[in-house]
Design a protein around this ligand. Structure first.
Ligand code: ATP
Length: 238
């Protein structure tokens, strides 16, 4: 279980301090699917970076399975099975997808397991295992292969920052299917998204605005509120 307790993050800008995250408390239970949403600039990516260790909070505590990891390095967090999927996953020329999956796993993966991970992200293993992770792959394919590498790492917590960014509607539909498939794995998913179809898969939805949690609860409770707010905004624009 991940617990953020009174997390704060401020940066210094020309003799002034700018608060980006203000006193946030969040709990992500084991094997849950949590979506963080909210307006641009609200602090969602910063929150993900704080959990991953890419940024260090200026106040508060991060607990993972009861252990204080606030000051633990990125690589130590990775060893504790916390993983992060980039908005724009890196490509590695010269490295086959088969090799990439084994590297993610930490030892040679059997053909059968590699195929399983690729099929769970909606890719036909025989078409991809011996391809290079290079520029010849589409944006949607790269994203799904990155998710397969997270599966191969056998993570306890996977963090995705707007996985839908930069992909077309067709690839998005396949990505939604991929996230449905991830439900059978034992990991918790913390996903940042603005997409209703992704929120429809969540157990819990958290809205972050101006560095604060403004709504938090089950999908059944929060999603109708968000859709109603969105309709009201749209009606005002007519
Ligand atoms: N290191 C930093 N220095 C200064 N400002 C920062 C820093 N990191 C984030 N910010 C600012 O903090 C605010 C929150 O940024 P963040 O990327 O977390 O928002 P977000 O909710 O993920 O937005 P989006 O939906 O557009 O991706 C933004 O105004 C951003 O410019």
């Amino acid at each position: 279980m991940l617990e953020l307790k009174n997390i704060q993050f401020a940066v210094h800008e020309s003799n002034d301090s700018k608060e980006i995250i203000r006193h946030i408390d969040i709990t992500v239970p084991d094997r849950s699917f949590t979506v963080i949403t909210g307006p641009n600039g609200g602090g969602k990516s910063t929150l993900a970076k704080l959990v991953m260790g890419l940024e260090k909070p200026t106040g508060g505590q991060i607990l993972f399975d009861g252990e204080d990891i606030t000051n633990v390095s990125i690589s130590e967090r990775a060893k504790r099975k916390i993983g992060y999927a980039f908005q724009q996953p890196p490509r590695f020329k010269g490295l086959t997808i088969r090799k990439l999956l084994s590297l993610a796993h930490g030892s040679e993966l059997s053909e059968c397991m590699s195929c399983q991970y690729l099929s769970d992200v909606g890719l036909c293993a025989h078409d991809y295992l011996d391809r290079e992770m290079d520029a010849s792959l589409s944006g949607g394919e790269v994203k799904r292969i990155e998710i397969a590498t997270l599966l191969a790492r056998d993570l306890k917590l996977a963090i995705f920052d707007e996985p839908e960014a930069g992909i077309d509607l067709w690839s998005f539909a396949k990505l939604v299917d991929t996230f449905q498939n991830l439900r059978k794995y034992n990991m918790s998913i913390l996903l940042i998204s603005h997409q209703e179809r992704i929120m429809q898969m969540a157990d819990e939805i958290i809205v972050v605005e101006q560095g604060m949690v403004t709504k938090q609860g089950s999908r059944e409770e929060i999603l109708p509120q968000l859709l109603h707010e969105f309709d009201t905004i749209c009606d005002k624009c007519l």
